[in-house]
Write a new protein. Structure first.
Length: 369
């Protein structure tokens, strides 16, 4: 009797899959950046792509690669107070005094002023963050280690925080310090950074756009992963499963997980056609709830009308045809096209054409219409 193993597929947000399908180049570029020393291009990286393409997974994997080399890793998600949290983490490591918790106060003109709060004002934040990072690097470099900072959902970071971080990193690189930084976020992050004249330094970052994976790679990954977990699955079943994913990374993990789980529920080590069917159905259900429904939340009625008009096409939609289906003028529809492009719910494929950024949103809207 074979020994039971845990399900090898990891569809949870940020969960590291058994195989980084189609992402080896990103990992290799980053590792070369760490190994080749200060100034190597892989040490400043932007990772972008649609929701569900594995950006958070990549941050996890690259953080592990840095730790394997003895580096310290600070992992943050962009939100209000990002720089304050970075300063706090930098100062609390290995005995550095955390000035944020002390907050000494003085009286000035009858008012109490906290020195800690003054130090962390937006105007002084670049200087404060720079000092905290330099002090941390002093300690790390004594043991020939470096510092990696990873920031997820970077499109949500405030401009002030991004300026402070970019300024700080630029200073550390000029001073030949052992520093690396990775930003992950939706594609609007890239356009925001490239269009900001104050943050031009980050234009030199290595850009990695995570897209869908080729179906040949998906088939190979399914074959290897099922075999490694001692599950027997036929080539035809693998092809069916791979085709359903459309190469969308999150769907790859969902389909693999639920097919494996369907056989495991039967206490069997042989995948049946029924397991494949049930697994695909479960994967679609989860994808709708985890991706499609949240994608539509917060959109206006007219935003949704634009998407519903797009869903009538099997592929990219002509913007003029979308406006016609909506019963609106091209100028009126263009307002909602821009809103959806900015939110990266849709993407521009060619001039005058748009498509869904998440491939399964079309099918979801068709089911609900």
């Amino acid at each position: 009797m074979k020994t039971k193993r845990m399900n090898p597929f990891k569809p949870t947000a940020g969960g590291e899959p058994p195989l980084l399908i189609g992402r080896n180049r990103v990992v290799r570029d980053f590792e070369k950046g760490l190994d080749n020393g200060v100034g190597a291009p892989g040490r400043i990286m932007l990772i972008t792509g649609a929701r569900g393409t594995g950006k958070t997974v990549m941050l996890t994997v690259l953080g592990d690669k840095a730790r394997e080399r003895g580096w310290e890793v600070l992992e943050e998600t962009a939100s209000s107070g990002l720089c304050e949290r970075l300063v706090s983490e930098l100062r609390t490591k290995e005995g550095l005094m955390d000035k944020l918790t002390i907050r000494p106060s003085v009286n000035f003109a009858g008012a109490s002023v906290s020195l800690g709060e003054a130090e962390l004002s937006p105007k002084r934040m670049p200087e404060t963050l720079r000092k905290a990072m330099a002090a941390r690097l002093d300690i790390l470099e004594k043991r020939s280690a470096g510092l990696l900072i990873s920031i997820d959902e970077a499109q949500a970071a405030s401009r002030e925080d991004m300026i402070a971080i970019a300024t700080t990193i630029q200073h550390q690189i000029r001073e030949r310090r052992n520093i690396a930084i990775i930003f992950a976020g939706l594609p609007q992050m890239v356009s925001d950074l490239y269009n900001d004249e104050v943050i031009t330094f980050l234009r030199r970052a290595r850009l990695n756009m995570l897209s869908d994976v080729s179906l040949d790679e998906v088939r190979n990954a399914f074959s290897q992963t099922f075999a490694d977990s001692q599950m027997t699955i036929s080539d035809s079943q693998i092809s069916v499963a791979a085709d359903v994913t459309k190469g969308y990374p999150y769907m790859i993990q969902l389909v693999g997980y639920y097919i494996w789980d369907a056989a495991d529920i039967r206490d069997s080590w042989v995948i049946t056609d029924e397991d494949v069917k049930n697994g695909i159905d479960e994967a679609h259900y989860d994808l709708d709830n985890a991706v499609c429904i949240p994608e539509l939340q917060g959109l206006s009625k007219t935003d949704r009308e634009y998407l519903e008009a797009m869903s009538q096409s099997d592929g990219p939609s002509a913007t003029a045809e979308v406006a016609r289906l909506m019963g609106k003028s091209a100028q009126y529809a263009a307002t909602y096209r821009k809103r959806l492009l900015d939110a990266y719910v849709i993407r521009e494929t060619e001039r005058g054409e748009v498509d869904f950024a998440v491939p399964f949103l079309r099918e979801y809207l068709r089911k609900k219409s």
